[in-house]
Write a protein that binds this ligand. Structure first.
Ligand SMILES: [Zn+2]
Length: 176
């Protein structure tokens, strides 16, 4: 019997498969993408098994433009590579997302340990842009800060009521 040509669509390996019922029906199927000859129109029940196989092999091997097979195969391959690239990029993006430091509002306990460090202060009751302030003193009831607008004091008793603070600039807070 003739050697089976590679799949015209994906270049995959082809093999002859026997139908379970009726048993003397055969088709040629690509082991990779699964496309196949129909196995019926090209093979008749009254034919011998060898003839059925040969008829399907001939149908499978028929190429209208043999020179295009390589091209289709190459294009398919290129698309496969593109999909992988997209997957890789998405995976990379997810990984980067995980690496970003989580920017949750600081707790009072965390603020108490941040003497001398910068914090981003968000005022909740006044429409004012967030400001980066340096903590100059951690007091019992609040923090003293210095920033672009001079010295300030923020009370812990009002924390989360009138103000919040972050270790990194909160997202979507715009420019200073
Ligand atoms: Zn195929």
């Amino acid at each position: 019997m003739n050697e089976l040509k590679p799949c015209p669509f994906c270049g995959g390996k082809a093999e002859i498969q026997q139908f379970a019922n009726p048993q003397n029906y055969y088709c040629v199927r690509c082991t990779d993408c699964g496309c196949s000859t129909d196995g019926y129109r090209r093979s008749k029940t009254e034919s011998t098994e060898a003839e059925n196989k040969a008829a399907n092999a001939a149908a499978w091997n028929r190429r209208t433009e043999p020179e295009n097979v390589e091209e289709v195969s190459r294009r398919y391959q290129a698309e496969c590579n593109y999909d992988h690239a997209v997957e890789d990029r998405d995976a990379l993006r997810a990984e980067l997302e995980q690496l970003k430091p989580e920017n949750k509002a600081l707790t009072v306990e965390q603020l108490r340990k941040m003497d001398g460090e910068p914090v981003w202060i968000v005022l909740l009751n006044i429409a004012k842009p967030v400001s980066c302030e340096i903590i100059t003193e951690v007091c019992k009831d609040g923090i003293r800060t210095v920033g672009a607008n001079g010295n300030d004091y923020a009370s812990f008793s009002l924390y989360e009521k009138t103000w919040l603070s972050y270790a990194h600039k909160p997202e979507g807070s715009g420019n200073l």
